[in-house]
Write a protein that binds this ligand. Structure first.
Ligand SMILES: Nc1nc2c(c(=O)[nH]1)N[C@H]1C(S)=C(S)[C@@H](COP(=O)(O)OP(=O)(O)OC[C@H]3O[C@@H](n4cnc5c(=O)[nH]c(N)nc54)[C@H](O)[C@@H]3O)O[C@H]1N2
Ligand SMILES: Nc1nc2c(c(=O)[nH]1)N[C@H]1C(S)=C(S)[C@@H](COP(=O)(O)OP(=O)(O)OC[C@H]3O[C@@H](n4cnc5c(=O)[nH]c(N)nc54)[C@H](O)[C@@H]3O)O[C@H]1N2
Ligand code: SF4
Ligand SMILES: [Mo]
Length: 718
């Protein structure tokens, strides 16, 4: 219904999470938003909207959001400068460090919102390449790196990530994933709650494995507690049961099943019970249910990715789907057929471990990046190749990466730092200059990443809701201008300046995202264009997911080797680790993370409508664990890990598995008493002051954010 005050109804896509919901926005005569709701006609999101969407407006209106570049001045103050000045200064600062200490002295960190911005995706790879540094980091290695490694090893491409076909499945198993709060991840599944209800209406079942009885566990048919970090034992036992009981029926393009049988023989359901707490009977039953269901889909996410055995977990999830014949089957896990096919077109690199390792600890690089757990030590360890400057783009690693408090100190010691971000945050506060892009409501958008991961094949163009103010720059324009300025600063004489490579890079930076996208759409199988999509408003609907294998595989022989070398090598030592695992130390608890529907990593705490209500930053703990320590719900406690300690309120919750405590990440805004945001004062501490960068996922070097050993003691109230 149109509100009486509304002059115009517009349709855009929400860019705040992976669900890419279509929104219907009503504007009044002065272009103010009068209402925002889900767009009923959207074939994918079907009218869904969550409370977070309103943050788009709060963000847009937030007085703290930077609208002009700022340069750091004395005593934590900032001075606005012109774009020309800011870009020149930024390029000079970074180039000076590279000129003196070599290209690798500059590191770059790309944060999560880059994947939610068309212009960032079209332009930042070019900007990053022209920096010529090996020290590239991103939020991938505090998140989904194990998924990429598993997909690369099995399917030949890091982005061939199958998604559960929730709309047709009979059995959905979620491991370490809480879509009731997160709205789905590596799985674009808008309106999970309604889709879950439809599953129930079809007599389908939902099973959840999680150390916390999460919002998703509460709507499941079955929930099993698993001790943090122990999922590999459970998942491998399921693989074993499928093979031992001859329940496996993989497609003919799968080979290596016999080798898998041998490799997992020692991972019994009894071992799984001992390390995870999930009963051997329940493990066996789940294996049989998965094999017997007409269709089934297992999806493992953050909880099994950001932990000690993430790659083996993600491999085992795939192996279960493959062995039960559910990979590529309607109702199983399927690949998409996106209109803009970045995989098929060869735009996205297939990934792979390179020969490069980090200088200090020798962690492996994957897909051209190093694990971010190594970033701070690369800055603080002296020697040839030491990192002395940083460019961050849409990121907040002080809040989001292990031992953020140490990184905070390391950043203070850098020779130069530049940030592309519209907030002064825990990280960007160290920058010499901050270059702020337009707000998400001021730019055109098309989800070239999340259409790759969606539960239905659709294509939706989202025109900017508002015209960007005169002089403002989009992310891509900042990349263009900074990139060009860096090339000019670099010198090397006329020969370098007019070299073919330089001219090509500059030309690529000048090509607008709109033109790049239009070319991709026009040459797509569906022969789309932006003009065509503009006419469809709700987006083109190409229907449910379609079987794509073996044609879609990127492996050399178009087959799947079920036991890639890196898994074969990891399993024997994993077995030894699990069999000989010592009992937890006296008094030790395992810390896990959690997300809330109204939070978004570290950066929406200024959205007044999201921060209202009961505080949600407390440490959650099982009442028995609190009683054993003489702690009452509401008390302040000191939480200590190997790398740090925080003081925070505790809340008793029987939803936590005994021995497990939970904190959300992204809290803890004020550091050194410096208040970074004015609009809202959000209490809480940073979970990443406790996570330990020296403990990483065993194959990929991904951060371990779950299952962190901590102690909890009463603390004084003040
Ligand atoms: N302990 C623990 N740590 C975690 C996690 C966890 O579960 N537990 N989760 C991890 C995960 S999954 C992720 S993805 C990371 C996220 O880690 P990061 O990406 O490092 O951090 P964010 O909090 O997403 O901060 C994003 C920044 O980008 C800015 N920004 C937003 N939109 C734009 C834009 O369009 N352009 C530009 N230039 N800037 C923009 C925001 O202002 C904000 O400062 O955190 C990880 N850290
Ligand atoms: N509202 C909201 N939505 C978001 C975000 C947000 O910050 N807020 N962030 C977005 C981003 S960047 C991402 S990557 C996605 C992440 O989306 P999810 O993967 O759903 O992320 P989490 O909610 O952290 O869920 C991880 C789950 O794993 C469980 N867990 C922890 N350790 C273990 C373990 O060892 N084993 C098992 N089995 N489970 C474990 C936790 O209890 C938790 O329920 O969400 C996205 N959506
Ligand atoms: S679910 Fe995600 S995409 Fe949908 S409205 Fe909420 S934040 Fe936006
Ligand atoms: Mo993420």
């Amino acid at each position: 219904m149109t509100s009486p005050a509304a002059r115009e109804v517009r349709h855009i896509t929400c860019t705040l999470c992976e669900a890419m919901c279509g929104l219907e926005v009503q504007l009044d005569d002065s272009d103010a938003i009068v209402s925002m709701r889900g767009h009923e006609e959207d074939p994918l999101s079907r009218g869904h909207i969550c409370p977070k969407a309103f943050a788009l407006q709060d963000l847009h209106d937030d007085p703290d959001r930077l609208r002009a570049p700022v340069v750091r001045a004395a005593q934590g103050t900032w001075k606005e400068v012109s774009w020309d000045e800011a870009i020149t200064y930024a390029a000079q600062r970074l180039s000076a460090v590279q000129a003196e200490h070599g290209d690798d002295a500059l590191a770059v960190y790309l944060g999560n919102p880059n994947v939610h911005s068309l212009g960032a995706l079209t332009h930042h790879p070019t900007l990053v390449r022209l920096l010529r540094t090996r020290n590239r980091f991103s939020a991938t290695s505090v998140d989904q790196l194990p998924h990429h490694v598993a997909s690369w090893a099995l399917y030949g491409h890091q982005y061939l990530l199958p998604v559960p076909d929730i709309d047709r499945t009979a059995l959905l198993v979620l491991v370490g994933h809480n879509p009731m709060a997160s709205n789905g991840s590596l799985w674009t599944v808008p309106d999970f709650p309604a889709r879950r209800r439809e599953l129930a209406a079809r007599s389908g079942r939902l099973v959840v494995l999680d150390p916390r009885r999460t919002e998703t566990a509460k709507v499941a048919d079955e929930h099993h507690f698993v001790r943090p970090g122990s999922d590999a034992a459970v998942l491998l036992a399921i693989v074993r049961e499928l093979l031992e009981d001859d329940l496996a029926a993989p497609a003919e393009y799968v080979h290596g099943m016999e080798r898998v049988r041998d490799a997992v023989a020692g991972f019994t359901p009894e071992l799984a019970e001992r390390v995870s707490g999930m009963s051997a009977d329940a493990v066996r039953r789940l294996a049989r249910d998965l094999a017997a269901a007409p269709s089934a889909a297992v999806h493992g996410r953050m909880g099994v990715s950001t932990q000690a055995h993430g790659v083996v977990c993600q491999w085992a999830v795939q192996a279960i789907n493959i062995l039960t014949g559910n990979l590529d089957r309607p109702g199983g896990t399927m690949f998409t057929t996106p209109a803009v096919d970045l995989i098929g077109r060869g735009v996205l690199s297939p990934g792979g471990f390179g020969s490069k390792r980090t200088r200090v600890r020798g962690l492996p690089g994957f897909g051209g990046e190093f694990p971010v757990s190594a970033m701070a030590e690369e800055m603080t360890t002296p020697g040839e190749g030491q990192v002395r400057a940083l460019l961050t783009i849409a990121g907040n690693p002080v809040s989001s990466t292990p031992a953020g408090h140490r990184l905070d100190e390391a950043l203070a010691g850098l020779d130069a730092m530049v940030a592309i971000d519209f907030y002064v945050n825990e990280t960007t506060r160290h920058a010499d200059v901050i270059l702020p892009p337009t707000s998400p409501l001021e730019r055109d958008h098309y989800d070239i990443v999340f259409h790759l991961l969606a539960v239905r094949d659709t294509a939706r163009w989202s025109p900017a809701l508002f015209t960007a103010p005169a002089g403002a720059k989009h992310d891509w324009e900042i990349a263009r201008d900074l990139g060009t300025a860096l090339l000019r600063e670099r010198g090397g004489g006329l020969k370098q300046r007019w070299s073919r490579a330089t001219l090509e890079t500059e030309a690529r930076l000048r090509l607008t995202p709109r033109r790049q996208l239009d070319a991709l759409l026009r040459s797509s199988g569906a022969r789309l264009s932006i003009a065509k999509l503009e006419k469809t408003v709700a987006g083109a609907d190409h229907g449910p997911l379609k079987p794509r294998l073996p044609g879609r595989l990127s492996t050399a022989d178009r087959r799947i080797d079920l036991l890639p070398d890196l898994v074969a090598q990891a399993l024997p030592s994993l077995l030894t680790t699990l069999v000989t695992a010592p009992a937890p130390a006296e008094g030790e608890l395992l810390l896990i993370g959690r997300r809330h529907q109204r939070d978004n990593n570290s950066w929406l705490h200024n959205a007044t409508r999201l921060t209202r209500g009961k505080p949600r930053h407390a440490l959650l703990a099982n009442p028995d664990d609190l009683a054993a320590r003489g702690i009452r719900s509401g008390d302040f406690v000191t939480v200590r890990s190997a790398v740090g300690e925080v003081r925070v309120e505790v809340e008793a919750s029987a939803d936590l598995m005994p021995g497990v405590v939970s904190l959300p990440h992204g809290y803890g805004q004020a550091r050194d008493g410096v208040r970074l945001r004015n609009a809202v004062d959000v209490p809480g501490v940073s979970m990443n002051d406790l996570t330990d960068p020296s403990v990483v996922e065993s194959v990929s070097g991904n951060a371990v954010l779950n299952g962190v050993p901590v102690t909890v003691e009463p603390a004084a109230r003040t």
